[in-house]
Design a protein around this ligand. Structure first.
Ligand code: NAD
Length: 256
């Protein structure tokens, strides 16, 4: 379905980003990966699906590096047809104890990076009259949790940005939508499980049960593969008129 198209997925060396990149690759899209850590393994995984993969190591907190990444993708593949703004970090502390540098970092990586990548991707998408912008927000783009001020503010902001970009392009073939996962067992969440286990003297299993039990009625993690299928739907012709939605896959979290 996406043969000949190019997808750029930020923060795709692990977790959800890598899952989304592979789901789009399975549909035939060439992929530009981004993120820290091992870049070779993820590129090999994508290439094994029969498409081309490239990698750019832009730090998504730095607008000049985001610009270099978008330039690299255009040079390598002609243009970016599908932009997935996925890179994100978490920091947990009460507001009065939240270090200002951590606030700035969460806002830069989880929100401002999406603005920069989007503004740079839009001209070519509009010229082609086809484009898909998918923002990986969170159930925390819809509801809040204590001790996650920067993350919740950034994800609510990302849902807002999604709606504005959708409206500004509503008469074109360019759509913009958000995905709002509940808990997904990635390194970002394992850190929170580890912190719970250490603070309460629980095993990994007990800490995981408590983590899910507090918020997620299904008591199940959503998987990167399931999120990938939603991204594929957003890229399909059936989703031509799906614009500005924030679609949760959260085991019932936000329904409570
Ligand atoms: P992860 O830690 O597994 O992956 C994060 C990715 O972002 C990695 O590839 C990492 O290298 C990259 N990254 C981090 N800082 C970066 C920077 N400055 N520049 C470039 N890349 C950077 O996390 P994940 O759980 O897969 O999270 C992916 C997205 O999904 C995030 O936006 C997160 O907020 C969102 N999300 C995650 C969950 C969850 O339960 N895991 C739930 C809802 C939303």
């Amino acid at each position: 379905m996406l043969k000949g198209k190019t997808a750029l997925v930020t923060g795709s060396t692990s977790g959800i980003g890598l899952g989304l990149a592979k789901a789009l690759a399975r549909q035939g899209a060439n992929v530009v990966l981004n993120g820290f850590g091992d870049a070779k393994g993820p590129q090999d995984e994508v290439r094994a699906l029969g498409v081309q993969a490239a990698y750019h190591g832009a730090d998504m907190s730095k607008p000049a590096e985001i610009e270099a990444m978008m330039g690299f993708a255009a040079e390598r593949f002609g243009r970016v047809d599908i932009l997935v703004n996925n890179a994100g970090i978490q920091h947990v502390a009460r507001v009065e104890e939240f270090q200002p540098e951590k606030w700035d970092a969460v806002l830069a990586i989880n929100l401002s990076s999406a603005f920069h990548a989007t503004r740079l991707a839009l001209p070519a998408m509009r010229a082609a009259n086809w484009g898909r912008i998918i923002n990986v927000a969170s159930v925390h783009g819809l509801v809040a949790s204590a001790e996650k001020s920067a993350y919740v503010a950034a994800k609510h902001g990302l849902v807002g940005l999604t709606k504005v970009v959708a409206l500004e392009n509503a008469t074109t073939g360019v759509t913009c939508n958000a995905i709002c996962p509940g808990w997904v067992l990635t390194p970002l969440v394992q850190k929170q499980v580890d912190a719970k286990a250490a603070a309460n003297g629980w095993s990994n299993e007990e800490a995981t049960r408590h983590l899910l039990g507090e918020k997620e009625p299904s008591m199940q993690f959503t998987t990167p593969e399931e999120l990938g299928e939603l991204a594929v739907f957003f890229c399909s012709p059936a989703a031509n008129n799906v614009r500005g939605v924030a679609w949760n896959m959260d085991g019932g979290w936000a329904a409570q």
